[in-house]
Structure formats: structure tokens, C-alpha cells
Ligand binder design. Structure first.
Ligand SMILES: [Zn+2]
Length: 210
């Protein structure tokens, strides 16, 4: 073996990570890409156009950071819930103590339902408006994440609503089925090169680091 082959530089392909001699890699926009990955890579570069962040520079948000962002959003929602509870509970107890007859389950159910509807609609408005105007919820902003479309177009109202609907109603909203769907969505996210959860696939969105 000649010394030449020994010192020949071996570089990883930026897309698949396999190592190749430098001469077998093409260099596109500062990335080393192998022959197998070149067509798909070029497609993505073309699709991205010039506007928005380049797909080459994107770092996709993984499961834990996105889980953290959802937790923060959940905590933010606890605040108005607790305030509502504190405001309405004394009235309710007073109303009940004045009613000498049988416990008023209808009033209790009505309050619970009102509570649920307000939180549900509030949550929808919060997420849709935040996505539309900030491309992220407060939790995602805190975690340095934002939601984008792969081609760099801005998020439409339909996309913002669809994302909220897919996660909150379809994936996480159906009792019993949600444990399965949330797990499936997490696995999809975990194994996907672009870290797409179920709602990202349906709405064609990506979650990236800003
Ligand atoms: Zn490759």
C-alpha cells in the first residue's frame, strides 16, 4: 500500500453520514454529499428557493425539546385556569349552600362544561394566533423553536388551525386512543430525518431551531 492511499482524506457525507474518499464527494453549498444522496439533496436545495432559512442550515427540533415546549405551554395555561377556578368556585359554593334541596349536579356539570369550552376555545385561539403571527407558541419561543413550511412559505390560517386540530383533537384529544396516537406520533418524530410528528406530516410543517 502506498503512502498516498493511507493519507487520503476520508470525509463523511453530510446527508447519510457514511464515509467516502474526498474525491467521491461533491460539494454543494458548503456541504459534502455522496453520489447516492446528491439527487435528493439537490431537490431540497431547489425546492427551498432563496427566501427563508436554507434547508442546509436547518436543525430540526427533536422529541424532548418539543415535549419541553408543550410543557411550558401547558403551564402557561394553568395560570388562567387557576384564576378562573378561584373566581368562580366561591360563587358556586355559595349557590350550593343556599340550595337546601338535593345536590345540584346540573349546575356543577354546567360549570364544568363552561370551563372546558372556555379552555378549549382559548387554547385554540392561543395556538392558532401565535403560530400565524409568531410561527411559534410561547413554549416554542422559550425553547428556541419555530414552525415552518419546508418551502419557506408563511404559515396560512388553515395550516395553523390544522396543526392545532391534529394535535389537540385528533392525536391528544380522544380518550384511550390518544395514548396510542401520541406514542405513534412520537415514534414518527423520533425516526424521521426531518423530525416530523403526525401533525407535521398532515400539515406539511417542520419544527426547527431558530
Ligand atoms: Zn450520502
Amino acid at each position: 500500500m502506498s503512502q498516498d492511499t493511507l493519507v487520503q482524506t476520508v470525509l463523511p457525507c453530510s446527508q447519510c453520514g457514511r464515509e467516502f474518499p474526498q474525491s467521491d464527494l461533491v460539494h454543494i453549498a458548503g456541504n459534502s454529499v455522496c453520489a447516492d444522496c446528491k439527487p435528493a439533496f439537490l431537490n431540497r436545495v431547489m425546492a427551498s428557493g432563496v427566501a427563508g432559512s436554507s434547508p442546509l442550515a436547518r436543525r430540526y427540533g427533536g422529541f424532548w425539546i418539543r415535549f419541553g415546549a408543550r410543557m411550558i405551554d401547558g403551564l402557561i395555561f394553568m395560570v388562567p385556569m387557576v384564576i378562573m377556578f378561584i373566581l368562580f368556585m366561591p360563587n358556586f359554593i355559595r349557590a350550593r349552600s343556599q340550595a337546601v334541596d338535593a345536590p345540584n349536579f346540573a349546575a356543577f356539570a354546567a360549570m364544568g362544561l363552561t370551563f372546558f369550552v372556555v379552555i378549549f376555545i382559548g387554547g385554540c385561539c392561543y395556538e392558532v394566533l401565535m403560530l400565524k403571527y409568531k410561527s411559534a407558541t410561547v413554549g416554542k419561543i422559550a425553547c428556541g423553536l419555530k414552525v415552518i413550511r419546508p418551502d419557506g412559505r408563511s404559515l396560512s390560517w388553515g395550516i395553523c388551525f390544522g396543526r392545532w386540530f391534529m394535535w389537540n383533537v385528533v392525536t391528544a384529544g380522544i380518550p384511550y386512543l390518544n395514548s396510542v396516537l401520541m406514542l405513534v406520533s412520537s415514534i414518527m418524530l423520533g425516526v424521521d430525518a426531518e423530525k416530523r410528528a403526525l401533525h407535521d406530516r398532515v400539515c406539511d410543517t417542520r419544527v426547527i431551531y431558530k
